[in-house]
Design a protein around this ligand. Structure first.
Ligand code: ADP
Length: 472
């Protein structure tokens, strides 16, 4: 059963049930009150008749009647003017009517069924009418007589039936009205739930952009807003997953391409050696070529491993100083820089730093190497360092070829090179900055570039590497 039907039928049944119950209770209370009032009045009436008969039949000087009556008929004759408008009958013990005030249809009642002075009454339906017949067994002049009254109660029964009809019509009208209001409410209430179901179906089918529009602050509103938040996060995660998958695909493609060129050349030279008798000099050239391309492939494979491993590595933090860190990297770069006669200007400041020293040295080597390649013969590299708000920063500026601004956003991607042939000739595979970027990420830091074509490039490394007073 659908939720909307459950809410609708439950509310409708509760309204109908409570209305009917209240109506039935109210109607029967009103009817019983009127009915009991009539019964009480009739009881008083029958008691009056009996009392007055007893009075006139008794010899009592305190009454108006100085002489005691000799017969019941005589007493009735004296009293009947007092009882005008009442319907009554007086019979003897055997049921023989002594007197009847009018032609009311009394039902016969045996004296045996009555207890002395105990009023007995019943409602009888005759035709369309309802009549209250009241009887009492009394003793008059030493004889048992039955005094009976008869009252037409048709009016209060007709009123009851009229009220019942009005009540049924009211129940139908209120039922229809409540069904309408209920239906509108149920539709309003379940509409956002249907929207949620629709949105869930959409998301299940792969459309993560679907959202539920529902502004109310009720429980459904909270659910809709939580759902939207969840869908948003899911959409972002899926987007990220797709981007990662795309990047991996591109990486695999670039890697295949990088490998293919040296492999083709190596296979070509090896084939040449195999097929033809070569001069000693040519033979050595071919073998050297195969060795150098093999080394290039080996270096590429090492860099790839580095790229993959360092992406998710946990940095092994150690304390050192900025001077030690820089000296270590510059020492390794010395042969290269000397060969190109590159001047390096170091900062004079020194302060403690905290980093995975091996990985950070790797970053510095890559940046210095790129700077040296860009600056070329007699180039200049200026290094500055400092700390700000808990962060360490080291900037490495070269006066080299620089690069266009639009390239800066791409150079961190694996295998990306601004000048492919130049970079390749210098032994680069476009993996250095991708590796540096991963290392800075695991240090929760960043690597910023500022470059101008023909003027040079400044690379700034920033990470949370300040050592506090406790030395941590
Ligand atoms: P590669 O190993 O080819 O140097 P990198 O990832 O280290 O790869 O660098 C990517 C590219 O960014 C380089 O090929 C180069 O074109 C550009 N680049 C990096 N540093 C500099 C720099 N200091 N000056 C000019 N170009 C640079």
């Amino acid at each position: 059963m659908k939720l909307s039907w459950k809410i609708f039928s439950n509310t409708f049944l509760v309204v109908l049930f409570s209305l009917t119950l209240e109506g039935v209770v109210l109607l029967s209370m009103t009817f019983h009150k009127t009915y009991l009032l009539e019964v009480e009045r009739e009881k008083e009436s029958i008691e009056n008749i009996h009392r007055e008969l007893v009075t006139v039949l008794a010899y009592d000087s305190s009454t108006l009647y100085k002489e005691p009556m000799k017969s019941i008929e005589e007493a009735i004759d004296v009293l009947k003017d007092n009882w005008q408008g009442r319907s009554y009958r007086i019979s003897d013990e055997s049921g023989l009517v002594i007197f009847q005030s009018d032609d009311a249809e009394f039902s016969d009642r045996e004296a045996g069924g009555l207890s002395p002075y105990r009023i007995k009454y019943s409602i009888e339906k005759k035709g369309d009418g309802y009549f209250l017949q009241m009887s009492v067994l009394a003793e008059l002049l030493g004889e048992s007589v039955i005094i009976e009254t008869h009252k037409d109660l048709t009016q209060i029964f007709v009123e009851k039936e009229d009220q019942q009809k009005i009540f049924i019509l009211t129940v139908i009208a209120v039922g229809i009205l409540s069904a309408l209001i209920n239906a509108v409410n149920v539709i309003k209430l379940t509409k956002p739930i249907h929207k949620l179901i629709y949105a869930v179906k959409k998301i299940r089918s792969g459309d993560y952009t679907e959202r539920v529009k529902y502004k109310e602050k009720d429980e459904v509103g909270i659910l809709a807003s939580d759902f939207n938040n969840m869908a948003e996060q899911l959409e972002e995660k899926i987007k990220l997953l797709k981007e990662t998958a795309k990047k991996q695909e591109e990486l695999a493609g670039s890697l295949a391409h990088e490998i293919r060129t040296p492999l083709t050349a190596m296979i070509g030279y090896a084939d040449l050696i195999k097929r033809s008798k070569m001069e000693e000099e040519d033979f050595l050239y071919a073998v050297n070529y195969i060795i150098s391309e093999g080394k290039r492939l080996e270096a590429l494979s090492n860099r790839m491993m580095q790229l993959l491993i360092e992406k998710n590595a946990m940095p092994n933090y150690t304390n050192s100083t900025v001077q030690i860190l820089l000296d270590d990297a510059l020492e390794a770069m010395k042969p290269v820089f000397d060969k190109k006669n590159i001047t390096v200007k170091k900062p004079s400041v020194d302060f403690p730093v905290r980093a995975d020293l091996e990985l950070m040295k790797n970053v510095l080597l890559n940046i210095l190497d790129n700077g040296g390649k860009a600056a070329g013969m007699n180039g200049e590299i200026t290094i500055e360092a400092g700390c700000k708000e808990g962060n360490v920063w080291i900037s490495i500026k070269d006066n080299g070829i620089g690069m266009p601004k639009e390239e800066i956003s791409k150079i961190r991607e694996a295998f990306y090179r601004v000048d492919k042939s130049r970079s390749r000739a210098e032994g680069g595979a476009g993996l250095g900055l991708a590796i540096c970027s991963n290392i800075m990420n695991i240090h929760k830091g960043e690597m910023l570039f500022d470059s101008e074509v023909g003027k040079g490039t400044t690379v700034t490394l920033i990470w949370k590497g300040i050592v506090d007073e406790q030395g941590v």
